[in-house]
Design a protein around this ligand. Sequence first.
Ligand SMILES: NC(=O)c1ccc[n+]([C@@H]2O[C@H](COP(=O)([O-])OP(=O)(O)OC[C@H]3O[C@@H](n4cnc5c(N)ncnc54)[C@H](O)[C@@H]3O)[C@@H](O)[C@H]2O)c1
Length: 293
Amino acid sequence: MAIHKVGVVGCGLMGSGIAQVSAQAGFPTVVREVSSELVDKGLKGIEKNLSRLVEKGSLTEAAKNEIRGRLTGVTSISELKDCDVVIEAIIEQLPAKRELFTELDKLCPPHTIFASNTSSLTITEIAAATKRPQRFVGLHFFNPVPIMKLVEVVRTIATDPAVYEEMIAFGAKLGKTPVHANDSGGFIVNRLLVPYLLDAIRALEEGVGSVVDIDNSMKLGCGYPMGPFTLLDFVGLDTTYYIAQIMFDEFKEKRFAAPPLLKRMVLAGWHGKKSGRGFYDYSDPANPKPMSL
Ligand SMILES: NC(=O)c1ccc[n+]([C@@H]2O[C@H](COP(=O)([O-])OP(=O)(O)OC[C@H]3O[C@@H](n4cnc5c(N)ncnc54)[C@H](O)[C@@H]3O)[C@@H](O)[C@H]2O)c1
């Protein structure tokens, strides 16, 4: 099956990045948000990323305009009806994802392949909201999508092998390195990464070290490109909290339990870099300051 048109649902951190790489790979791409303000915000972010590439000399102005011309932002879900692949990147909550896919299943033709960018839900429980679990995969991209090279391509026991191979090839067309992953909550990366991030918060709660000292320890002692608190703020504390709850629910293991401090920060609206505050204060984005917690 040839993929002519790509749909993306959600134009936040991940959806905007996925829409960008899809348009950059040459696919006409429709991206849906819940309001025109959020569509504009997402598209502006993409515009900014592309302009940065032009400034650096890695993209011509003409190529940028072509990429931009392949991107359409919409608020109505019916605009996704003729897409060959629809990738979902909305809030990490099962009821919202299931509701969306039930609607898409009625709208899209039988050949359309559905993919979720979920971090922690199983693809099986999302696909069960549709009548096409055989045409359903996980496409788990990483943040920031235009830069991070990996995509986990997730198969369930119901995924048609031909659909799966097609999505592996699609991931490669988007310029990513696809890895095969089976449908277990968190797949490969988050199975390993989430307990590490939550342990960093527990270490902070127990007074083992400060935000800055723990970040520096993992950067300078282990060669990680950023410390756990910088990464948590980058991922989004709300998203991390949902992920922890889902993985704890799935595995019933303490290492996936959300620490109380994470919950309090989410309740306070401190969602990390995207909201201006998390473990660091981003009032001066070039010079984040650790929050006193
Ligand atoms: N943040 C990360 O580092 C990361 C990495 C990999 C995967 N993910 C996953 O990607 C998904 C999105 O995460 P994010 O970080 O982009 O969150 P985000 O909060 O930045 O963006 C989510 C967007 O989805 C929109 N939305 C909600 N319901 C919608 C609907 N029905 N239709 C269209 N848009 C809708 C919201 O308005 C919001 O703008 C989640 O499943 C998350 O677990 C996140």
